[in-house]
Design a protein around this ligand. Structure first.
Ligand SMILES: Nc1nc2c(c(=O)[nH]1)N[C@H]1C(S)=C(S)[C@@H](COP(=O)(O)O)O[C@H]1N2
Ligand SMILES: [Mo]
Length: 304
């Protein structure tokens, strides 16, 4: 039985432990989840990685529209009245330009599946979490962008009343924007997430739909998407406009290229410890085999 959430999506409301057990069972081939439940994709199960505790992943957040403080986001996001129905404008180089409800987009991009991904913030902390979502290429294929469309740009929801940091940081070029090259957007790893730990995305993690690009620094994974635009030119992004020397358009995880203010060679595991475990950062966040080919003609030191 699929659970209907506030947004009418077929998320399963099972606990993280059950998600984990179900994934194990699925991989052992001994049991299948109910036909209508969101199936874990065994190809993206990361069975050697330890899942981050859900309490940590949903309370230590970067969502600057709400607050600059990691712990300040959740209390504000919990008061946020997430618009329902959620509308996303599809625009730019496509004949499928119009406003879509979230359900319509999931209908086009689905079926939903669960994937466990490593997630690495540019600030050198990382987590491993199970996202529910659909691969973005499935949606793009249905929206049929024109040949001239070389990039996909995304915009976040912005509401000054409920997101107090928008006004507190007037020099930020709000709303939050991000973008991908078309081949990056079409890569099978690129996910549009609607859930986390088998539940609908909480506000603080980018409800009701956010991008997840696991081989790039976390800031590329834009939250609470309200606009998707196909364009011929490389789109502007919030971080790139604010601090171009620090945040490039590509933002591929790369231990060999330091951030101007800190090394990217290692990362703190988000484990709640006073002295968090430190691990070596992997090139493309461990997805090198899958994505290195996208950048074979690019100098990654210049195109950081
Ligand atoms: N709209 C919006 N999206 C955003 C951000 C933000 O401030 N606003 N922060 C980014 C950064 S820096 C990171 S690390 C991730 C954090 O996602 P999480 O809170 O789900 O871990 O969201 C990214 N997406
Ligand atoms: Mo980040």
């Amino acid at each position: 039985m699929a659970k209907r959430t506030d947004w009418g999506l077929p998320h399963s409301a099972i606990t993280p432990e059950e998600v984990y057990l179900n994934r194990r069972k699925f991989m052992q081939g001994t049991a299948l989840l109910a036909a209508t439940a969101v199936l874990p994709n065994p190809e993206y199960a990361l069975k050697d990685a330890k899942l981050t505790k859900p309490e940590l992943a949903t309370s230590y957040n970067n969502f600057y529209e709400f607050s600059l403080e990691k712990g300040g986001v959740k209390p504000l996001a919990e008061k946020w009245k997430i618009p329902s129905p959620w509308k996303v404008e599809v625009t730019g180089l496509t004949d499928a330009k119009r406003s879509y409800t979230l359900e319509e987009l999931v209908g086009l991009g689905g079926p939903l599946e669960e994937r466990v991904y490593r997630f690495r913030c540019v600030e050198a902390w990382s987590m491993v979490v199970p996202w529910t979502g659909f691969p973005l290429y499935q949606l793009i294929t249905k929206l049929k962008p024109k040949k001239e469309a070389k990039y996909v740009a995304f915009t976040s929801y912005a509401n000054e009343k409920e997101m107090p940091n928008i006004k507190a940081q007037p020099h930020y070029p709000w709303p939050y924007t991000e973008g991908l090259r078309m081949d990056e957007a079409m890569h099978p790893l690129t996910l549009m997430a609607t859930g986390l730990y088998g539940k609908p995305l909480p506000g603080q993690n980018g409800a009701p739909m956010r991008l997840v690009v696991p081989w790039k620094y976390g800031f590329k994974s834009i939250k609470s998407v309200v606009k998707i635009e196909f364009s011929a030119e490389q789109p502007k992004t919030l971080w790139n406009q604010l601090a171009p020397d620090e945040y490039g358009f590509y933002a591929n995880v790369n231990p060999e290229v330091a951030h101007p203010r800190w090394s990217q060679a290692s990362e703190r595991v988000l484990d709640g410890k006073l002295f968090p475990t430190r691990i070596k950062t992997l090139k493309f966040n461990g997805y090198e085999k899958e994505v290195a080919g996208l950048y074979k003609d690019l100098d990654l030191k210049k195109n950081y």
